[in-house]
Design a protein around this ligand. Structure first.
Ligand code: 13P
Length: 260
């Protein structure tokens, strides 16, 4: 079984360094020194150094929410992969739908960012997912195929094995609407088939594919128990330590029990 990865994407929250450090402290103290699921916190850039300090001596990884594909130069407002590594990041989220749809990020840009992350030895969490209209128009699979092929273009199987994917149906993000475990599992199986055809079965079996979109303490166990769902990318519920810890606990229970 692939090790589950539970990541908290804090997005544009919380409002202060103090609140961010308190949230990280609460997660760290609630989790304890060892865990059999991987846990990552992805705060806004400006809090990364402080959260890295807070997470000292804990198994929790640190993630950026984005990066630029260049390492330096005239790119106002941007942050590079080596900079993220320098402040303690282990992971970076790439191609979140709020960037694809809100900021016009393309598959080509996602691909360039992914290659920059891999070059810096950051673990990329590459997000894909269809909108409500695309799903209703029965275009979800075509959109996912385009995002997968475009985002992962040019990767070797070995490189692909080190990528984390996050399937986040846009219609489920922040809406309280979650894909049912059956809906999510069907898409995850579809993604894994594509990975298998593209990179080979052995590589596809190693790639962690998270689900994201209104994951909460009360739906996490069912989602995480699905055979092809290898973790969760959590937004709103990651801002409350108790909720995020409950989602991690659901992952630990699935891990202890094993999947069918
Ligand atoms: P919510 O959990 O708030 O729906 O957000 C999901 C998400 O976008 C994580 O990246």
């Amino acid at each position: 079984m692939r090790t589950l990865l539970i990541a908290g994407n804090w997005k544009l929250n919380p409002a202060s360094t103090e609140a961010a450090a308190a949230l990280a402290d609460d997660v760290k103290n609630g989790l304890g020194p060892a865990t059999d699921v991987h846990v990552v916190l992805a705060p806004p850039f400006v809090f990364l150094s402080r959260i890295d300090q807070a997470l000292e001596n804990s198994p929790i990884g640190l993630g950026g929410q984005d990066l630029h594909w260049e390492t330096s130069g005239a790119y106002t407002g941007e942050v590079s992969a080596p900079m993220l590594v320098d402040v303690g990041c282990t992971h970076v989220i790439i191609g979140h739908s709020e960037r694809r749809h809100g900021m016009g990020e393309t598959n080509e840009q996602v691909n360039a960012k992914l290659k920059a992350a891999l070059a810096a030895k950051l673990i990329p969490i590459v997000c894909i997912g269809e909108t409500k209209d695309e799903r209703l128009g029965e275009k979800a699979e075509a959109v996912l195929l385009e995002q997968l092929a475009g985002s992962l273009a040019g990767l070797t199987a070995e490189e692909a094995a080190g990528v984390v994917l996050a399937y986040e149906p846009v219609w489920a993000i922040g809406t309280g609407l979650t894909a049912t475990p059956e809906q999510a599992q069907a898409v995850h199986a579809f993604i894994r088939r594509w990975l298998s055809e593209t990179f080979g079965e052995a590589t596809a079996a190693r790639i962690v594919v998270q689900y994201g979109g209104s994951v909460k303490p009360d739906n996490a166990a069912e989602l995480l128990a699905c055979p092809d769902i290898d973790g969760a990318l959590v937004g709103g519920a990651a801002l409350k330590a108790a909720d995020f810890l409950a989602i991690i606990k659901a992952g630990q229970e699935v891990t202890a029990r094993g999947k069918s």
